[in-house]
Design a protein around this ligand. Sequence first.
Ligand SMILES: Nc1nc2c(ncn2[C@@H]2O[C@H](COP(=O)(O)OP(=O)(O)O)[C@@H](O)[C@H]2O)c(=O)[nH]1
Ligand SMILES: [Mg+2]
Length: 214
Amino acid sequence: MGIDEALVEAGRKLFAGEAGFYWAASRIDNLPPMQGVEVAFAGRSNVGKSSLVNALTGRKTLARTSNTPGRTQELNFFRIGTDLSLIDMPGYGFAAVGKGKVAAWTGLIHDYLRGRANLARVFLLIDARHGLKDTDKPVLETLDTAAVSYQVILTKADALGPGQLEARLAETAAAIRKRAAAFPEIIATSSRDGIGIAALRATMARLVAERSDR
Ligand SMILES: Nc1nc2c(ncn2[C@@H]2O[C@H](COP(=O)(O)OP(=O)(O)O)[C@@H](O)[C@H]2O)c(=O)[nH]1
Ligand SMILES: [Mg+2]
């Protein structure tokens, strides 16, 4: 087995066991105890965060069960086996959210990003149909300032033709090239037809392996 095949297999195994929602935090003094590696999913409302968490875990309703009204401004924690947690972050760029709520989102996110020692990477989800938008810029700034490793993940790749997808990948890579904390490789995914899910699981398996090597 080559290294990539081995990682894909490690990723499959990582997500083959138990998965479940275990914590919601709306304030920084209310985070769960640290265990294993954390990876967080950020992105605009409707970009496909919850769908991606469900596709990764192979469970259709996992993320939605925590998505009851009033919980949408919280960090939602999902346990993947014993070594990994996925954090579904509050969406941004939703017009109906007032300025006070946006500030609260920013405060919670800033505190979490800066202070979480076992946060290995933030996956910044971008809708493949639209690409990076102005509403994503403050988040890119926040991530660069916090100096937390982040990686752009295109969602809804099924909605584009192969040529369009290649163009979107190239354009997005060029846009983040000069950003300090951005991981250069972008993964195109689709929760609908499974594109990129194995690659994203493999990426997380590598993060878990890197942490346990230390
Ligand atoms: N075509 C397509 N639509 C998707 C995909 N993932 C999510 N969606 C749709 O996008 C909308 C928002 O998804 P959701 O996961 O709730 O987004 P969230 O607000 O970021 O959690 C829903 O209508 C989904 O059906 C995908 O991979 N392909
Ligand atoms: Mg959601």
